[in-house]
Ligand binder design. Structure first.
Ligand SMILES: *Cc1c(COP(=O)(O)O)cnc(C)c1O
Length: 700
């Protein structure tokens, strides 16, 4: 494998090409920007690349490095107008200021030796690095960006999937088909780290085979992410890091061993000594086994002492109450895959397996119970999800009352600078958005900023998707998320006649943009997509329903900035948090949602709309769906449409804008990653860091 051409320390300082005067120097300057994913949070940076070759840039999934590799110096020379140069200098200036600024952590005198290792199976930093499937990954990506901004001592560990999740297309029957294009690493700003740690993985017959790891470093401003890749010559051909959540159970387990065990070995090779390990979801839980092995085999502790040490320094975040999201493995498969490590840790196999069970009679080995039993600090991702999780995992602490189950909650957040529109960003401040300023914005200015983001979205649909241009005066609803069953994408369509009347009401029409992928194995989810697309084609839909293929971060950004209303209809209480609504809220795109996840704590009638079916606990799913659908139509008809279409003499919807101001000013800061990350630090990382020191001084 060829080493990466990316000079490692190029962007560490604040050096930028001093003078740009032709295509060659412009290329250098743009590569310096593109080699660090901090480009993703400076809105103007995207415009720099978009201006070069917009259509090709979209085809390349907005990958700046790939675009630059296709343009000649002459192409770049032609792009170099005075306006372009001015914009480039503004972006460079902003990057320099960002990198040189004091940070929250540098100003908060915390322990200097704190280092957090943050493990996640997916990271969504940008569309151009397709190693995420949805909310979990985008959250992890946003979190790294916050770590950079706040100056947190945190390093990310993940896997590099050569074929990513998948690209979605619809076939002639409107059925989702999945494409798995191979990612060309030479066209990504990845830096190969010179090391080759080894992890032993079991083949299908249970023979342990050493697998060598390639390790890629990804720069995210001040933070680093290390990605493990098994595409190394000489490795067995069962391609382990091929696709995210791909392959059979055995392969899934191999991926999780690579992430957990491999991740710890990568950290050691880097010479990093994390004092806190943060498991973002249970996928990485086997890192605990590797740490236990180190403590027992290398430091001579007993298994019990080792477990105590582990527990004290681990933070675990659970992300979903959906059963399929909490992985359970056949213990026999786990035993084959681990190949004797458990015994080397001084643990009896039965005792180890019990760590992965809620009740001793359970038949499977669950990663969530295993992670909970080996982490002293655990949290859910919204207040409601906290309560649901304490109930759900009560069996692990049967002697306690439900409200004493040690799972707290820290509500998710989104990285504001990544998600805010350029227009609104400009209104709220030059570098960082000051959300409280929204309260004082003139209605006309706010409306105009929103209109221009909306028009950009509608144009984007024409130029990159070949859709007809929709009417910007019509209330536009966005619904985009994974087509998991509990998300109920079909709820809005459940009464086609009523829905069609809403679409075509001559005085107050609506239009709906739908996007989202179904899991490749989820035929039910694919059915729903097919039904939506077929409805969109029908005469009743009047061209006012559009399904946009291949939902990913660029499309998400356009949608949460450009629609008027963000709809979410999960079956309560299965939406642990939800984050797309937060992205919409900070853009003044109003939420209309079931009171589930984050919205259960964020909603007030002053900043959005609630869908309340009002069924009692214990109602069947059908009863719940029916009641929620009726409530959804009623809130659209009775609250949303009147507020949107009531206009003053200048054609400005004053009442709607008041809601927008409140949404931006109140929800923008509350549901940002800065608030979220500082909560992790104060409530979980620092107690873990200090507790681990105490335990270490007592035990071994
Ligand atoms: C934010 C985001 C999500 C998560 O949205 P939810 O509201 O949690 O469903 C999923 N996919 C993409 C591409 C996103 O940007």
């Amino acid at each position: 494998m060829a080493p990466s051409a990316w000079g490692p320390e190029r962007t560490l300082g604040c050096r930028f090409v001093a003078e740009v005067h032709d295509g060659a120097t412009l290329r250098k300057a743009l590569l310096e920007i593109a080699c660090d994913f901090s480009f993703t949070w400076i809105a103007e940076t995207r415009l720099l690349f978009d201006a070069l070759e917009p259509r090709r840039f979209a085809e390349l999934h907005h990958n700046p490095t790939a675009l630059l590799s296709e343009l000649t110096d002459d192409d770049l020379t032609r792009a170099l107008t005075p306006v372009y140069l001015e914009r480039l200098e503004r972006v460079q200036g902003r990057l320099v200021r960002d990198r040189g600024a004091e940070t929250w952590w540098s100003e908060r005198s915390g322990p200097r030796d704190l280092l957090v290792a943050y493990f996640s199976a997916e990271f969504g930093l940008d569309e151009s690095l397709p190693i995420y499937s949805g909310g979990l990954g985008v959250l992890a990506g946003d979190y790294l960006k916050a770590a950079s901004e706040l100056g947190l001592p945190l390093v990310g560990i993940g896997l590099f999937y050569r074929r990513g999740y998948f690209r979605q297309r619809l076939d002639a029957d409107d059925r989702q088909v999945e494409h798995y294009p191979l990612t060309d690493t030479s066209r990504l700003p990845l830096q190969l780290v010179p090391m080759a740690p080894v992890v032993e993985l079991a083949d299908d017959d249970g023979n342990l085979v050493p697998v060598r790891l390639a390790v890629w470093r990804v720069r995210v401003g001040r933070a680093s992410l290390y990605l493990i890749d098994t595409h190394v010559e000489g490795n067995p051909d069962w391609a382990v890091t091929d696709t995210l959540y791909g392959g059979d159970r055995a392969n899934r387990l191999r991926q999780e061993l690579l992430l957990g065990v491999g991740g710890v070995r990568v950290l050691r090779r880097l010479g990093l000594e994390p004092t806190v390990f943060h498991l973002n979801e249970g996928h990485s839980a086997f890192l605990q086994l590797e740490r236990l092995r180190e403590l027992v085999e290398e430091q001579g502790l007993s298994a019990d002492e080792g477990l105590e040490r582990l527990r004290s320094s681990t933070v675990f975040t659970t992300h979903t109450p959906v059963p399929a999201g909490n992985e359970v493995f056949d213990p026999e498969l786990v035993r084959l895959s681990l190949g004797g490590v458990v015994e080397r840790c001084g643990l009896a196999w039965e005792d180890f397996v019990t760590l992965g069970k809620v009740e001793t009679s359970d038949s499977g080995f669950g990663l969530t119970p295993f992670a909970l039993r080996t982490s002293e600090h655990a949290n859910a991702v919204s207040e409601l999800h906290g309560a649901v999780s304490r109930e759900m995992w009560h069996g692990l602490w049967p002697e306690r009352r439900v409200d004493e189950v040690p799972i707290t909650s820290i509500t998710n957040g989104v990285h504001q600078r990544t998600w805010i529109s350029a227009e609104l960003g400009k209104l709220l401040g030059d570098t960082d958005p000051h959300f409280d300023r929204a309260k004082d914005l003139a209605a006309g200015d706010l409306w105009e900023a929103h209109r221009s983001a909306k028009e950009r979205l509608l144009e984007f649909m024409v130029t990159t998707r070949g859709e007809p241009l929709l009417d910007p005066d019509v209330l536009t609803i966005g619904f985009a998320r994974r087509f998991a069953t509990y998300k109920r994408a079909g709820l809005l369509f459940s009464d086609p006649e009523r829905f069609a009347r809403l679409l075509t009401d001559p005085g107050r029409p609506i239009q709906v943009l739908v996007a989202g992928k179904a899991h490749p194995a989820d035929e039910g989810g694919k059915d729903v997509i097919q039904q939506v697309v077929e409805f969109a084609r029908e005469r009743e839909a009047a061209g006012r329903v559009v399904f946009l293929e291949d939902y990913e971060m660029t499309l998400a950004r356009r949608l949460v900035q450009g629609v008027d209303l963000w709809l979410n209809t999960p079956r309560r209480p299965f939406e642990a948090s939800g984050t797309s609504g937060m992205k919409a809220a900070l853009n003044g795109v109003l939420n209309c949602s079931i009171l589930d996840g984050w919205w259960a704590e964020a909603y007030s009638p002053a900043c959005g709309f609630a869908i309340e079916g009002g069924v009692a606990d214990g109602a069947t799913e059908e009863e719940q769906d029916e009641a929620d659908a009726a409530a959804l139509y009623a809130v659209l008809d009775g609250q949303v449409l009147p507020a949107y279409y009531e206009r003053d003499d200048a054609g400005v919807p004053q009442r709607w804008i008041e809601l927008m101001r409140e949404s931006i000013a109140e929800l923008g800061p509350r549901f940002g990653t800065a608030r979220m990350a500082s909560e992790y630090v104060e409530r979980l990382y620092l107690p873990a860091h200090e507790g681990a020191l105490r335990v270490a001084s007592r035990v071994g």
